[in-house]
Design a protein around this ligand. Structure first.
Ligand SMILES: Nc1nc2c(ncn2[C@@H]2O[C@H](COP(=O)(O)OP(=O)(O)OP(=O)(O)O)[C@@H](O)[C@H]2O)c(=O)[nH]1
Ligand SMILES: [Mg+2]
Length: 257
């Protein structure tokens, strides 16, 4: 669930880069950090060992346009890939709004990718995240190397739902912003719908309200502590199309840099 701050009119959407050790998760975040000017992003925080391996997480906040009059920030986080950091992976995934699975395309690493994806399933379950519903994008990284796992094999084994996938050479920036754009396109509308999709809550005199059409699903109560409680709060939001256009523009800006 995204974090929404009604006082500062900002929404934080958490995207977790997940995948086996050394697949290139931190490399993605570093590239985004170096390509964006400082007005569009915060500082990159990397909690790493002396050998540049993530042991807890990386965090990069970036600005991502508006939903209505709310500023949207993405909190890009990478989870550590090394097998013994399972507890860190689980806590980084907590409350994720979207996941990028960064796979290593080298043939000998097929098992490592599959194990990592199994771990993702397990950690999603433990975090009450539904891997079949949460926005998910696959990045097949290191396509510059020899002896590659074919994309078709990857899709058959990891991605039977055919969620978006991107072939990447993250170390050169190839596919990095495309991946970000894909996960943005999936995440923002879901977040918008979760937060503002339902009609404003009725005033206490419910008898004066028109009947809800039978096919509509009932409004969900806002999560405690995350949404305003007063009945007067009203948020005007853009349509899905407008948001997608905005993201398209934004990603063109990114890619152009
Ligand atoms: N050849 C090649 N090397 C890459 C590519 N992307 C990343 N690397 C290299 O792979 C190594 C590991 O990259 P990281 O980004 O640190 O990997 P990670 O997924 O964050 O690893 P952990 O923190 O241990 O989970 C680094 O030496 C990168 O330069 C790529 O597309 N091609
Ligand atoms: Mg890392």
């Amino acid at each position: 669930m995204p974090f929404i701050n009604y006082a500062t009119k900002s929404i934080a959407i958490k995207i977790v880069y997940y995948g086996p050790g050394l697949s290139g998760k931190t490399t993605n975040l570093r590239y985004i950090y170096y390509k964006l000017d400082s007005a569009s992003r915060g500082e990159l925080v990397c909690l790493e060992t002396e050998t540049d391996r993530t042991y807890f997480f990386d965090l990069l906040p970036i600005r991502a346009g508006m939903i209505g009059d709310f500023k949207v920030h993405f909190q890009l986080m990478s989870a550590p890939g090394q097998v013994f950091y399972e507890a860190s992976r689980k806590s980084v995934l907590h409350s994720a709004d979207g996941i990028v699975f960064v796979a290593d395309s080298q043939i000998p690493l097929l098992d490592a990718n599959l194990e990592s994806f199994d771990g993702l399933r397990r950690n999603c379950l433990q975090n009450d995240l539904d891997l079949l519903k949460i926005p998910l994008v696959f990045q097949y990284n290191k396509r510059d190397l020899n002896y590659l796992i074919p994309v078709e094999t990857f899709n058959n084994l990891l991605n039977p739902r055919r969620m978006p996938w991107v072939e990447a050479v993250a170390v050169n920036g190839v596919g990095v912003f495309e991946t970000l754009r894909e996960i943005s396109k999936l995440t923002v509308p879901v977040v918008r719908d979760k937060l503002f999709g339902a009609k404003p809550r009725p005033e206490p005199d419910t008898a004066t309200l028109p009947q809800r059409p039978p096919e509509e699903t009932p409004e969900k109560a806002p999560e405690p502590g995350r949404a305003p409680t007063g009945p007067t709060t009203r948020v005007v939001v853009k349509s899905r199309k407008e948001i997608e256009d905005e993201l398209e523009l934004l990603s063109r800006e990114y890619v152009g840099k």
